[in-house]
Write a protein that binds this ligand. Structure first.
Ligand SMILES: Cc1cc2nc3c(=O)[nH]c(=O)nc-3n(C[C@H](O)[C@H](O)[C@H](O)COP(=O)(O)OP(=O)(O)OC[C@H]3O[C@@H](n4cnc5c(N)ncnc54)[C@H](O)[C@@H]3O)c2cc1C
Length: 348
C-alpha cells in the first residue's frame, strides 16, 4: 500500500493534521492507540483569553480565526452539530479591583473583541458570586472525545486508520520516504503529544509534560448553561453532569488519578458551589508542554521525511488547526515557519 503520509498519534494534533490532509486530497494512514491521550480528557473549552490576569495568549486572533470554523466544518461533515456548541464562558471576580481590571482590559485593542463590556448578573442561587460576572466572547465547547471517536470511524471507513501502537523499531527510512509494515509513504508526521518521549527519532524535542486532572460531578440543582470560571472551570456536560478542574502538576508524569488532586479540586469547588453533588468520575492526562509555552512544529534535522507537531500545552484546541496548516505548507511548499514555533529555536 502507498500513501502520501503516515500520521502517528490521533489526539487534537493528529486530528488537525489528518483533516488538513484530507482537505488537500492527500492519502494517509493514521496509527493511534489512545492509551495516553491528553485530548480525550480535555475540558473542551475554547477560550481566547488568559482569565487569570485578563491577557491575550500569543497569536490568539489567528488561532481563533482558523479553529472555530475548522471544527464547525468537521461537525457538518460528520453530521453531528453537538460536537461544537457556542457555550459562553463567564468569569467570577474575587474583588472590586479585579472587576475594574476587567473593564480596563476591555479597552485594550487585542482584548476588545474577546472581553464583553457588559457584565452578567448571577442567575443561580447555588453559586457564590459576590460581584457581577465577566462574559468572554468567541468561546465554545468542543466534545473532543466524541469528535475523535467519530472522526476515527470516518477515517477507518476510508481504510486510513489503524487502532494500534506504532512500533518505532519497525520504521524504515528510505530515499523517497518511509516504509512501515508494508505501507510506503512520502512523509511521516508524529503527533503523539507527551507520548513522543518514547520516540527514538524525536528524543531531542523539549516536551516537558504537565499533568492535569478533572473530576466529574452530578449536581441536579445547579442547572448551569455556561462555563463558569473561578480559580478552575465548571463545565456543563448535559444530564446534570459537570467537569470541574483542572489541576497542574509538573512532577508526576503518570496517568494515575490522585486523591490529592481530587481533594484540591473539591476544596476550591466547595468555596463557590452551594448545592449538593456527587463525584462520579476522575480523569488524568499529560499536557505536552514546552518551557517557553509555544508549540513545536517542523522537520527532523537529519531525516527530511520525518515531521512533527507537538507542544500544544493547555490550549491545544485553538492552536492545532492553524499549526497543522502551517506544517503542511512548510512540507509541501517550503513556506517558512514562524521562528516562534520552529524546533530549532532552542539551538544555541
Ligand atoms: C486535564 C486537561 C484538561 C485540558 N483542557 C483543555 C481545554 O479545555 N481546552 C484546550 O484547548 N486544551 C485543554 N487541554 C490541553 C489539550 O488537551 C492538549 O493541548 C492536547 O490534547 C494535546 O493534543 P496532542 O494531540 O498533542 O496529544 P494527545 O491528545 O496526548 O494525543 C496523542 C495521541 O497519540 C497516541 N500515541 C502516542 N504514542 C503513540 C504510538 N507510539 N502509537 C500509537 N499511538 C500513540 C496517544 O495515545 C494519544 O492518543 C487539557 C489538557 C488536560 C490534561
Amino acid at each position: 500500500m502507498k500513501v502520501d503520509y503516515i500520521v502517528v498519534g490521533f489526539g487534537l494534533a493528529g486530528l488537525a493534521v489528518a483533516e488538513s490532509l484530507v482537505s488537500a486530497n492527500r492519502s494517509l494512514m493514521v496509527f493511534d492507540l489512545p492509551d495516553q491521550s491528553a485530548s480525550r480528557v480535555a475540558g473542551g473549552v475554547i477560550n481566547p483569553v488568559i482569565l487569570k490576569r485578563f491577557t491575550a495568549p500569543w497569536n490568539i486572533d489567528n488561532f481563533v480565526h482558523k479553529a472555530i470554523p475548522f471544527y464547525k466544518n468537521i461537525a457538518i461533515k460528520l453530521g453531528n452539530s453537538n460536537l461544537i456548541t457556542d457555550t459562553p464562558v463567564v468569569r467570577r471576580f474575587n474583588s472590586v479591583e479585579e472587576q475594574n481590571q476587567w473593564f480596563e482590559s476591555c479597552d485594550k485593542p487585542i482584548l476588545a473583541k474577546y472581553l464583553s463590556g457588559s457584565m452578567m448578573e448571577n442567575n443561580t442561587k447555588f453559586l457564590n458570586v459576590p460581584f457581577k460576572l465577566g462574559v468572554v466572547n468567541n468561546t465554545a465547547r468542543l466534545d473532543v472525545e466524541e469528535l475523535l471517536n467519530e472522526y476515527s470511524v470516518y477515517l477507518e471507513r476510508q481504510n486510513s486508520f489503524q487502532r494500534e501502537i506504532f512500533d518505532y523499531d519497525l520504521l524504515e527510512l528510505v530515499d523517497q520516504g518511509v516504509k512501515y509494515k508494508g505501507i510506503e509513504a512520502k512523509h511521516i508526521i508524529f503527533t503523539e503529544g507527551y507520548g513522543v518521549s518514547k520516540n527514538p527519532f524525536l528524543r531531542e524535542l523539549p516536551i516537558i509534560g504537565n499533568k492535569g486532572e478533572y473530576i466529574t460531578i452530578k449536581c441536579p440543582d445547579l442547572q448551569l448553561a455556561y462555563i463558569f470560571k473561578f480559580s478552575m472551570f465548571i463545565i456543563p456536560l448535559g444530564e446534570d453532569l459537570y467537569k470541574v478542574g483542572a489541576t497542574f502538576d509538573n512532577r508526576d508524569k503518570t496517568l494515575i488519578t490522585t486523591k490529592a488532586a481530587k481533594r484540591k479540586i473539591i476544596e476550591k469547588l466547595d468555596k463557590v458551589l452551594g448545592a449538593t453533588y456527587t463525584v462520579v468520575d476522575q480523569v488524568a492526562g499529560i499536557r505536552p508542554t514546552v518551557k517557553d509555552r509555544r508549540p513545536i512544529i517542523g522537520t527532523h534535522n537529519s531525516y527530511k521525511q520525518i515531521h512533527f507537531l507537538n507542544g500544544l500545552g493547555s490550549r491545544g484546541i485553538l492552536m492545532a488547526p492553524l499549526l497543522a496548516e502551517n506544517l503542511l505548507d512548510y512540507i509541501e511548499n517550503e513556506t517558512a515557519l514562524s521562528p516562534e514555533v520552529d524546533a530549532n529555536r532552542f539551538k544555541g
